[in-house]
Ligand binder design. Structure first.
Ligand code: URP
Ligand code: ZN
Ligand code: ZN
Length: 490
């Protein structure tokens, strides 16, 4: 009887810590051994010439979600996880979004109904809190955190989602008390609303003016404010989809002061610029997201944030709305007479290209080591959200979620080759070198030779632990801790 169900033989195993030539033995869906010359398993994969890396974790994506604009995401759980697998991603962490007036528990149940039985790969949920009532923060949220929903996103912008500073403090206080992580969408709502009104009144309706309305300063002000609020509560916090130089610098400064302020960025801030909003017709809407892509010089600051560790997490923020659909970018259908950037659904697709493009432009250019790539692809997200080391690494005892990469394989991105439900990709025509050729979830091959072969329902819900990274520093403001009421002197 072979000792292993599967042996991955002869590849180069890369984790966040090490790069080692060895075999991987898999038993009962988990990594059972890492060593040279393992005995044969029931099945053997020849990984000669390939990189054997942890399956990616996309910790910010929108699946089967109604947006605040009324648009509905193109990807459901089947297509979203299929697209992830084809891009080397074996776990998704999308959102269960509460709408105002709704019970948070109900929102979670609704989203589970969509995911359970349909996902091809494993998944967890972040919550979106848009209505932080006493009942939500006092009862529902603590109970949900205990059930494995240990991170939640709040918004400082969007009419139907935004929290004011007092509400933000209340959410952060709950996060501190319960050991959960707050994720913040930091843009100044009033600045954006003011600039939008002025732009539209002056007749500037086209997609490129979205970038003017969502000014860098709107992002950097809200980022600095969110950092200040988290310092008042003395609680760690993650700023999501960070794009602007000044926002990156605010995070770097906060970390320099020892605060546990974390940052996430996304492919669109490395691979798109404001010029992509200028395409003819309304094609620029294909690249509209919030915050928007900024200029070429800004891209270098985003790269620097990735290389120097200011960013811990690299997620797609896959918020995919079809270009030609009444539920898509132009909600209700396109009407040239009334179209404006304000009406376009925000978000771009990126689940499948997230890792290949980061590999191609990050690793192959020498900006990122292979180990840093793995950190950004999987390990840091697993740690940030409390699923490490079950997920996010290749270690004895970890789930055998593994992507075998051919670092030399070059393909040209086109919508036809992608596995999502979209009718466009903003990256059409880009040459990308380095692609996964075989992907495993819990030891079973789910993607090979461009075919996703996992059945719907293959994916399991993974409850998250309270993240270690969400531990407070224990720094009261001027000796006063608002969370305990203790004043310990000047
Ligand atoms: O434009 C974006 N990012 N849309 C998705 C929603 C969000 O705020 O992440
Ligand atoms: Zn957001
Ligand atoms: Zn998002």
């Amino acid at each position: 009887m072979p000792e292993f169900d599967l042996v991955i033989r002869g590849g180069t195993v890369v984790t966040a810590a090490d790069t080692v030539r060895c075999d991987v033995g898999v038993r009962d869906g988990r990594v059972a051994a890492l060593a040279e010359n393992l005995s044969d398993g029931k099945r053997v994969i020849d990984a000669g010439g390939l990189l054997v890396m942890p399956g990616g974790i996309d910790s910010h994506c929108h699946i089967d979600q109604l947006s605040s604009s009324g648009a509905y995401t193109a990807d459901n759980w089947e297509s979203g996880t299929r697209s992830g697998l084809a891009g080397g991603t074996t776990m998704l962490m999308p959102f269960a979004a509460q709408f105002r007036g709704q019970s948070l528990r109900q929102a979670v149940e609704d989203y589970h109904q969509l995911a359970d039985g349909n996902a091809l790969s494993d998944y967890a949920f972040h919550l979106i809190i848009s209505d932080p009532t006493e009942a939500v923060l006092g009862q529902e949220l603590p109970a949900l955190i205990k059930d494995g929903y240990t991170s939640f996103k709040i918004y400082l912008t969007y009419d139907s989602l935004k929290l004011n500073d007092r509400e933000t403090l209340a959410v952060m206080e709950t996060a501190r008390r319960e050991g959960a992580l707050t994720m913040v969408h930091a843009e100044n709502h009033d600045v954006i609303a003011y600039l939008t009104d002025k732009l539209l009144a002056a007749g500037h309706v086209r997609p490129e003016f979205h970038r003017v309305a969502h000014a860098d300063i709107a992002e950097s002000e809200a980022t600095a404010r969110a950092i200040a609020l988290s310092e008042v509560i003395d609680v760690p916090m993650l700023l999501v989809h960070v794009s602007a130089r000044e926002a990156i610098e605010a995070i770097r400064r906060a970390r320099g002061r020892g605060l546990r302020v974390y940052g996430e960025t996304c492919p669109q801030y490395l691979f798109l610029t404001e010029d992509d909003l200028l395409q003819s017709g309304w094609e620029g809407a294909k690249c509209m997201c919030s915050p928007p892509p900024r200029d070429k010089a800004n891209q270098e600051f985003v790269w620097n944030g990735l290389t120097d560790g200011t960013f811990q997490v690299f997620s797609s923020d896959h918020a995919a709305y079809r270009f030609d659909s009444p539920k898509g970018k132009f909600v209700g259908g396109f009407d040239d007479a009334t179209a404006s950037f304000k009406k376009v659904a925000n978000g771009v697709p990126g689940l499948e290209i997230r890792l290949p493009m980061l590999f191609s432009e990050g690793v192959r250019t020498g900006r990122l080591s292979l180990n840093r790539f793995v950190e950004l692809a999987a390990t840091n997200a697993a740690k940030m959200y409390g699923v490490y080391p079950k997920k996010g690494t290749i270690a004895v005892g970890s789930d055998a979620d593994i992507a075998l990469w051919d670092p030399e394989l070059t393909r040209t991105v086109s919508i036809d080759m992608l596995h999502d439900n979209m009718d466009y990709t903003p990256y059409e025509g880009r040459q990308v070198t380095g692609w996964p050729v075989e992907v495993l979830v819990r030891g079973e091959t789910v993607f090979r030779d461009d075919d996703v072969i996992a059945p719907a329902g293959n994916g399991r819900f993974v409850p998250c632990e309270p993240p270690q990274m969400a531990k407070p520093l224990g720094r009261p403001i001027h000796g006063f801790s608002p969370t305990t009421g203790v004043f310990s002197g000047w």
